[in-house]
Design a protein around this ligand. Structure first.
Ligand code: FAD
Length: 548
């Protein structure tokens, strides 16, 4: 590693075309990118982070739609360093998007991050050369050369808009939740349509229903939304809790980690009496957040019969809140539309109650498919719905879409998109054969989406730093995984799809929301087991990597 000879380039300065020589280039300023910048800088590496957007925060910069908020409760969704939490106070148990962006501004100041970040800088091309260096070019003309390339581009950085015939002809306002205008959108008294009822759809509905003249929600598949149990937090309460933060954050990074107060359950649904089962479900329901999904019983996502019991509890609690029987059957059907929890449950505050309002209407796209978007609104096989505003809460080309959108090329000039044209193949969800000295964080085939974001950022980031330190100590310059490791890891994921219930459902976990994408499990569904695999690889001398 060589010391930097370049003066820092600050984000808002004009683009420059001279090559900047670095140890590491990090792409993306979400939790993974900023944690790695801090960690690697503190280990003595010369690092530059480039970010396409104008500020830090990753998904929270982009997803500024009304109601956007995190589903991981305080204090899980934050970095564990005391400098970051000591004088930061959250206002809500599940903070909203604006507060999360302010949190990133806070950690930027505390960790002095921006001096090594180029914002408004979108990575366009990068290529690994014969001299073992990545040459990296951004859309604004900036160029970098680095020994290592760390892709922290996010699992949800490519919004997905389905092919809706006639969409361009719509005369009203139309916005995808992930590309929301900074000026906001006025819903008051207007005819609004929302397509999609995933996590973002649920959050937008809760904001729009109380103010819209009429709100039509177009549902293809029901969401199994769980009670958030949101509440305000005050500073005194957090000051008391902070006494336990060091221990709590330490626990988060060892099994059973993830959420500090949702331990992995030790019993199965049928190992307790009906009375005990009801009490356990009820306690998880009252706790809110993901407790009912991952904290009640250990076999809900493995065993069909156990899963059905959980579904029935969810269904009965949910239907009790919906007055109209037809609407109740569409939102919480008698028979489960898919095994409970195999599509990411949303968290809701009053989503189901809103369907009792006279201005809210649910349209079932299964029985009356959407046939076209017309200038006036949406046409289904049964009717035309006139709309002033159309919200597309249609999600993302998750996990791999953001990565394959970039022209990343290994030494043989093959692009990542070409390497994955028949499906994603990684080792540990971090490395790809044919792409030396490059790692992906929170990438496809890692515990992404089943691991609380900052928790995963820290344990993967620490692993990366230890790998680089070993290579520095041993004067090694290149690491690479092999094709057979990628095949074996992909096979392991395929087995997990079969031995859990995830493989039965068409979800974005399975890549199944994107037409033409290979149907394969793209998220490792157990973050503790995943972390163990990562640590085992390291303990066994970085087994699966060739290092020279
Ligand atoms: P991101 O936060 O996605 O950041 C990636 C960054 O890379 C972005 O800023 C993007 O602009 C940048 N980028 C992408 N491509 C390029 C390029 N070519 N050039 C330069 N920059 C680029 N996780 C949880 O744990 N709990 C939750 O409750 C939760 N809620 C979520 C809600 C929403 C709406 C979304 C979309 C995600 C949610 N997540 C949640 C997952 C979330 O992705 C992670 O928590 C966390 O943000 C991951 O951080 P990251 O650094 O990997 O990526």
């Amino acid at each position: 590693m060589r010391p930097s000879v370049n003066a820092p380039v600050h984000g808002r300065q004009s683009a420059k075309s001279v090559m900047e020589e670095l140890d590491v280039v990090i792409v993306g300023a979400g939790f993974n990118g900023v944690y790695l910048l801090h960690k690697l800088r503190s280990e003595g590496y010369v690092v530059r982070l480039i970010e396409a957007q104008s500020g830090l925060g990753g998904v929270w910069q982009a997803n500024r739609y009304p109601g956007a908020r995190v589903d991981s409760h305080v204090p899980n969704y934050e970095l564990s360093m005391e400098a970051c939490w000591r004088d930061w106070v959250w206002s809500e148990r599940f903070p909203g998007r604006d507060e999360l962006v302010r949190y990133f501004e806070h950690i930027d100041k505390k960790l002095d991050l921006s001096r090594d970040i180029d914002v408004d800088t979108r990575l366009a091309h990068c290529r690994f050369g014969d001299d073992y260096k990545w040459r990296i070019k951004a859309e604004n003309g900036r160029e970098y050369e680095a020994s290592y390339l760390l892709m922290c581009t996010g699992f949800a950085s490519k919004p997905h808009t389905p092919e809706l015939p006639g969409l361009a002809s719509f005369r009203g306002d139309c916005h995808h939740t992930a590309t929301w205008p900074e000026t906001g959108v006025d819903f008051a008294g207007r005819q609004v349509g929302i397509v999609g009822t995933g996590a973002s759809g649920v959050q937008v509905v809760q904001e729009v229903a109380p103010v819209a003249g009429h709100l039509t929600i177009f549902q293809r598949t029901p969401v199994t939304a769980l009670p958030m149990q949101q509440r305000q937090l005050d500073a005194d309460e957090q000051a008391v809790a902070k006494a336990g933060y060091p221990q709590m954050f330490k626990r988060r990074n060892v099994p059973p980690g993830n959420f500090h107060d949702i331990p992995r359950p030790e019993v199965g649904v049928f190992e307790v009496s009906a009375k005990e089962r009801h009490a356990i479900f009820e306690a998880a329901w009252q706790k809110g957040g993901f407790a009912f999904w991952i904290g009640a019983f250990n076999d809900i996502l493995l065993d069909e019969a156990a899963n059905r019991v959980a579904y029935d509890f969810w269904r009965d609690r949910t239907r009790a809140r919906i007055h109209d029987a037809v609407t109740a059957e569409l939102l919480a059907p008698t028979e489960p539309p898919y095994p409970f929890g195999t599509k990411r449950p949303a968290l809701e505050q009053n989503f189901y109650d809103l369907f009792n309002l006279p201005n809210v209407e649910l349209v079932d796209l299964k029985s009356t498919p959407l046939t076209a978007v017309v200038p006036e609104g949406i046409q289904t096989s049964a009717a035309t719905f006139n709309l002033d505003v159309l919200v597309l809460a249609t999600g993302f080309d998750a996990n791999s879409g953001g990565l394959t959108a970039i022209d990343v090329r290994g030494p043989n000039d093959e692009s990542l998109a070409a390497a994955w044209s028949d499906g994603v193949e990684t080792y540990l969800g971090m490395a790809v054969a044919g792409f030396p000295n490059m790692l992906m964080l929170y990438g496809p085939q890692s515990a992404t989406a089943f691991c609380n974001g900052p928790t995963c950022a820290e344990f993967q980031g620490d692993w990366v730093a230890r790998l680089f330190n070993r290579m520095r100590a041993q004067r090694e310059t290149c690491f690479e995984t092999t094709a057979d490791m990628g095949e074996a890891w992909t096979e392991h994921l395929a087995e997990l799809a079969e031995t859990t219930l995830f493989g039965r459902t068409d979800s974005w976990y399975m890549g199944a929301n994107i037409p033409g994408k290979r149907r394969q499990l793209l998220n490792y569904p157990n973050s503790d087991a995943y972390r163990e695999k990562l640590w085992d690889c390291e303990a066994n001398g970085y087994e699966g990597f060739v290092i020279r």
